[in-house]
Design a protein. Structure first.
Length: 291
C-alpha cells in the first residue's frame, strides 16, 4: 500500500500548493537505433523559460509541436503551453484559475483533453477538452463525477481513465453506451494507446509491476513482461518496441522477441539523472527530468 499512499499525497500536492510541485524540466533529442543502442543527437533544453518550476507531461500534437503542463505563467497553478520544436516558439494555450495537467491529443485531431482541477467539492479533478484552434473555452469531456488522475483515448468513443482512490482503478468508458468497465486495480500512471490497443502497468504488489495490453475488440488483457524494477514511465516506439525510463537510463523491450529489457542509452552525460515521463514520435524523443 506504500505506493498508493505516495500517489495520493502527490495528487493532493498538485491540487493545493505550488510549493509542493516537483521541479521538472523537458528535453528533446533526435535518436537513431543501431545494434540495440540509441544514439541521441540535437539535444534541446525546452523549458529554460521556467528552469526551477514545474514543466511536465509533454504530448505530441504533430512532428514539431508539443503540449505541456507548466506553472510558468502562474506559480500557484499550471496551464497548458504549446512548444514548437522547429521554430522554438512558445504559446500560452490556457489561462484559467484551475490547474490543468496531462494534455492529450484527441482522436479527431481537432481537440485535446486535460485533467482539470475543480476547486472545492468531493471530486477535485475532471476530464476537460479544448479545441486546438482555441476558439472557445472547452467543455467537460467525461460527465461522470469521478476524480481522474490520468487518461488515454483508445479511439473516438472509448476512453481509459486512471481513477484516484484506494485502490486506484483503471476504467474503460464507452462514451456512446455509458458503460464503464473496471479493467484493473492499482494501475500505473502510463496509459499508452497504440494501434487501437491500450498498454498499461499493473502494480500487482510493491515488488511486482507487470506491463499489460488490453484489446478492446476482443476484451482480452494479456501480460507482456515485468517492468524495469521500480519504473512506470513508458512509451511505444514506431517499431513496436516499448521504451522505459529509470534514473539516467533508457531501456527497451521487443515484444516480438520476448527478450529481457535492454539498456539502450545513458543520459548522465547530458546531466540528466532522474528521468520519468517519455514521449516518442518518429525519430524524436522527449524526456522529463526531475531535479
Amino acid at each position: 500500500m506504500k505506493y498508493i499512499k505516495a500517489f495520493l499525497f502527490f495528487i493532493a500536492a498538485i491540487c493545493t500548493s505550488h510549493a509542493q510541485l516537483p521541479s521538472t524540466n523537458i528535453y528533446a533529442f533526435t535518436y537513431k537505433l543501431a545494434h540495440d543502442k540509441m544514439q541521441l543527437t540535437e539535444g534541446k533544453y525546452l523549458t529554460n523559460f521556467n528552469p526551477n518550476g514545474y514543466n511536465n507531461q509533454p504530448s505530441f500534437v504533430n512532428d514539431d509541436v508539443l503540449l505541456i503542463s507548466s506553472n510558468h505563467y502562474d506559480a500557484s497553478q499550471t496551464d497548458i503551453i504549446k512548444l514548437n520544436l522547429r521554430s522554438n516558439k512558445m504559446t500560452r494555450v490556457t489561462a484559467t484559475k484551475q490547474g490543468e495537467y496531462s494534455p492529450t491529443l484527441m482522436p479527431d485531431r481537432r481537440h485535446f483533453s486535460v485533467i482539470r482541477e475543480i476547486l472545492g467539492g468531493d471530486v477535485n479533478q475532471i476530464l476537460w477538452k479544448y479545441p486546438l484552434n482555441q476558439n472557445h473555452k472547452g467543455i467537460q469531456a467525461l460527465d461522470d463525477e469521478l476524480t481522474v488522475g490520468y487518461h488515454s483515448w483508445i479511439n473516438s468513443t472509448e476512453l481509459a481513465t486512471f481513477l484516484v482512490g484506494e485502490p486506484h482503478r483503471l476504467v474503460i468508458h464507452n462514451l456512446l453506451e455509458d458503460t464503464p468497465i473496471l479493467l484493473d486495480k492499482n494501475p500505473g500512471r502510463s496509459l499508452i494507446t497504440r494501434a487501437g490497443k491500450l498498454y498499461y502497468i499493473h502494480k500487482m504488489s510493491e515488488a511486482n509491476w507487470v506491463l499489460k495490453v488490453f484489446d478492446p475488440f476482443t476484451g482480452n488483457v494479456n501480460s507482456i513482461t515485468k517492468t524495469v524494477a521500480g519504473a512506470e514511465d513508458m512509451d511505444i516506439m514506431p517499431n513496436g518496441n516499448i521504451i522505459m525510463t529509470s534514473g539516467s537510463k533508457l531501456y527497451m523491450f521487443n515484444p516480438d522477441k520476448q527478450t529481457d529489457w535492454i539498456e539502450v542509452a545513458d543520459l548522465s552525460s547530458f546531466g540528466l539523472s532522474s528521468l520519468n515521463r517519455i514521449k516518442v514520435r518518429r525519430n524524436k524523443i522527449v524526456l522529463v527530468n526531475a531535479k
